[in-house]
Design a protein around this ligand. Sequence first.
Ligand code: SF4
Length: 257
Amino acid sequence: MIYRPDYYDEFVCIADRCKNTCCARWEIDVDAVSMERFREHPDIMEHISDGCITLKEDGNCPFLNEKGLCKMILKYGEDMLCDVCTDHPRYISEVDEDEFIGVGISCEAACDLILNRKEQFKLIPPLQMPLIDRVFEAESVTELLNGLSPDESSSKEHAELLLTFEILEPEWKKMLHNLESSPVSEEDRDSYIDSLSMQFRNLIGYFLYRHDNDFYLAAVSARIIAELTIANNMTLEDVARMYSAEIEYSDINCDLL
Ligand code: SF4
């Protein structure tokens, strides 16, 4: 069976209105079928090497124009895109015989859609999600987190640990150093989480859904995101988006966590 959250069908890329385009920084592997299509177009092939789209020196995709739109789509239509570009930010998590699809919060539009929901998401077709129900029904998010997955490390230790991980963005490293030098107390972090209770319920529900009910991963991720948000005086959405790009999209980092 294939399941999807009800918000999945609402996702729309905001393209030129996106302040954190995914058409930059990420390596774009071209699948074999798309490569066959690309071979007929020298203007595309000149930007391909070793099976990947070669990013420009500024880190942008060579097909991203100055208005934030994709030149490949503008010239050839969406069907010309390779699988990575067509699918992003969609993901599939496989559990036994089932597939759970969704959109990842490394994408600005998906992050906004998921974090700022006013009610618990449901699955299509319907499926019981007892652990996720507990997150949305709990009187206090932090009491539930601390009950099911007690806090094992200080915010300074979280920063130190993540600084040993693979790091994609210099900005992320700076944020971790800020947390390391200005640690956030457990009390301040928990009171911040409870003050944005619905956003954190949405965030934890997203991690649980995407990572096969891994409560430890969801709890430690929510805590680190809260600590980084406070230490860097940033918005929750911006930190969650960067955390997803740095940790969730790196299998090595997810395993290290
Ligand atoms: S990050 Fe999301 S909203 Fe922004 S360009 Fe990529 S898919 Fe579109």
